[in-house]
Design a protein around this ligand. Structure first.
Ligand code: ARG
Length: 298
């Protein structure tokens, strides 16, 4: 049985006229963010991080504030978790867990440097009415798990282990597609795939849509993506290399790095509205827009 809402009148006429690309609809989002008050690069757990290179915490805070204010301006809700001194990567809240249907699978980091974040995130969920499931297998939350329609795309290769894909499938009773990452610069799935519109519409109309960086994946993952997402936007290596895929989208507005110029054009061609926000300082830690954003799905 279909759970889709009735189609608007104009679409019922589809067989008598050419259907234009419909206006994309913004969907309400609720996000969890963390002010980068303690942001610095004091260790190296991905190729972007160079502890010898100075970071500018005030600049990171200004750029982060711009992202925060952009979400609010677009009508989204932003919740905040208190930053903890000594946990400089806590600003990357995407790794804090994975939340669907008001239930959170907590994070269990591969990297020891970030294990101190696990409890604060789980405590935040519990204190805000989200059921918390303690994780068994190693995985790094929404950094490696992305929801598209009713399917979870799950990354492995650098951080989250394959067994966590089985666990996330069990916990949320959803289909999981495992995808192997092969380029150390794109060590989390959200650096190589952007979910532009997670809504699965009637076939051919408003189809769920993603963008991805083909060279970040092994052959098998590339074949699966091509088969499952024939309408996906393939992003160039140069746009990928500036973290162009690390975006947040509400289905209409796509918050994207201003440096991903080719991807910005591709988004416009598909009817999305690119909203550039520069997080260059946070890229020194190997993170971007999506990394600083955890979706709270009620
Ligand atoms: N320094 C952090 C790490 O390597 C950056 C995390 C980026 N987060 C993300 N969702 N891709 O863990």
């Amino acid at each position: 049985m279909s759970t889709h809402p009735p189609l608007p009148q104009s679409r019922e006429l589809a067989d008598t006229q050419v259907v234009e690309v419909t206006e994309r609809r913004a969907q309400h989002r609720r996000y969890l963010m963390c002010r980068p008050e303690h942001f610095t690069v004091s260790y190296r757990i991905n190729p972007w991080m160079e502890p010898g290179r100075p970071t500018d915490t005030a600049k990171a805070l200004r750029q982060w504030q711009d992202l925060h204010d952009t979400y609010v301006r677009l009508g989204h809700e932003v919740e905040l978790i208190d930053p903890v001194p000594g946990l400089p990567d806590m600003v990357y809240t995407a790794n804090g867990g994975f939340v669907i249907d008001g239930r959170a699978l907590g994070v269990k980091f591969r990297v020891p440097e970030r294990r101190g974040e696990e409890r604060p995130f789980m405590d935040w969920f519990a204190a805000h009415g989200v059921d918390v499931i303690e994780p068994v297998e190693v995985q790094e939350g929404e950094g490696d798990f992305l929801l598209v329609g009713d399917t979870i795309l799950a990354g492995t290769g650098f951080r989250s282990v394959g067994d966590s894909h089985r666990e996330v499938a069990d916990v949320f009773a959803r289909e999981v597609i495992s995808l192997r990452l092969i380029d150390p610069r794109f060590y989390h799935l959200d650096t190589a795939i952007a979910v532009l519109d997670p809504v699965e519409g009637p076939s051919g109309v408003d189809r769920a849509n993603i963008a991805y960086l083909p060279t970040a994946f092994d052959d098998r993952a590339r074949a699966v993506l091509a088969e499952r997402f024939p309408d996906a936007i393939a992003v160039s290596d140069s746009d990928g290399a500036v973290f162009g895929l690390n975006t947040a989208s509400d289905g209409r507005n796509v918050i994207v790095s201003p440096r991903a110029v080719g991807f910005i054009d591709q988004l416009r061609d598909r009817g999305y509205i690119p909203v550039p926000v520069d997080l260059s300082e946070l890229l020194l830690g190997g993170g971007g827009i999506k990394c600083c954003t955890l979706e709270l799905r009620g």
